[in-house]
Structures are given as structure tokens and as C-alpha cells.
Design a protein around this ligand. Structure first.
Ligand code: ZN
Length: 141
């Protein structure tokens, strides 16, 4: 079974992602100039939002459209990893960030880890070609 609805993100001055629902679902991370953008799928029938994006709604199986997610949220949980696969630099910090769009994102966390707090504000950062799908969150300044 294959679904390939044609969808595109079009905002007043910028197109950050185009393609079929399946192509959008593979990405979920895009760049608007130098700024990283998380692209979710939003249901056209029930407005359920999913990230990573899905090619169809996870709640009602209706068609979806891409939706840019907020670039700041609150830290739900985090941990420092001290043991990892050979070749992976440790320690590193990972966690879950709750975005106001109703999405919880599993993400690398960078910056000063001593500033991370549960329910504390965090902001999205990214760089094209960076590890971790090119994005991470840091404690908000
Ligand atoms: Zn739905």
C-alpha cells in the first residue's frame, strides 16, 4: 500500500519543504535559510499533529498537511549518557521537549547542561550537516 498525497509548506515568503506526504515524513527537519525548522504533519480532518511527521493521520488516517512547529518549548525530561557505542563521544545529553503544538520531541540537548531544568524553557538550534539530524535544543537564555 502506498500513499503519496502532494503537499507543500507555503508561507508568505518562504517555502521550507515540498513533496509528497511520504517525502515530508522522511524529513521532519528542514532549513529556512540558516534556521532549522521542525516540520510536523497536521491532520486535515481532526488536526492531530505528529512529529516525526507521518504520511497519514495517526488518529483517523485522513490526509495530512505539513506544519512548522514552534522553536521553543519546555523540557519534559533529560539524562546524560556516559556509555555509548564505540566511536560515539561521551558524555552527551538527550531528552524530551514539549512544544506548544502538542508534540513531544526526543532530541539531543547541547549547551551548558547545568542550566537544564525539568519544565524549564528550551529553544531549538540547528546546523545543516550537524549530527542528530541537524537539530538540538538548549536551555533558553
Ligand atoms: Zn486525524
Amino acid at each position: 500500500m502506498s500513499f503519496s498525497p502532494q503537499i507543500a509548506i507555503a508561507e508568505p515568503s518562504t517555502v521550507v519543504a515540498t513533496g509528497t506526504g511520504t517525502e515530508i515524513a522522511r524529513r521532519g527537519v528542514s532549513f529556512d535559510g540558516n534556521s532549522v525548522v521542525l516540520v510536523a504533519s497536521a491532520c486535515t480532518a481532526c488536526d492531530a499533529v505528529a512529529w516525526p511527521p507521518a504520511a497519514r493521520c495517526h488518529a483517523c488516517w485522513a490526509a495530512v498537511t505539513p506544519r512548522r512547529l514552534a522553536t521553543s518549548g519546555t523540557l519534559y525530561a533529560f539524562t546524560t549518557v556516559h556509555t555509548a557505542a564505540l566511536g560515539t563521544e561521551v558524555p552527551y545529553v538527550i531528552g524530551y521537549v514539549d512544544l506548544p503544538d502538542g508534540v513531544r520531541v526526543f532530541t539531543p540537548l547541547r549547551g551548558d547542561a547545568s542550566r537544564l531544568r525539568i519544565d524549564g524553557p528550551v529553544t531549538l538550534h540547528g546546523a545543516a550537516g550537524a549530527p542528530g539530524a541537524g537539530f538540538w535544543f538548549e536551555a533558553a537564555r
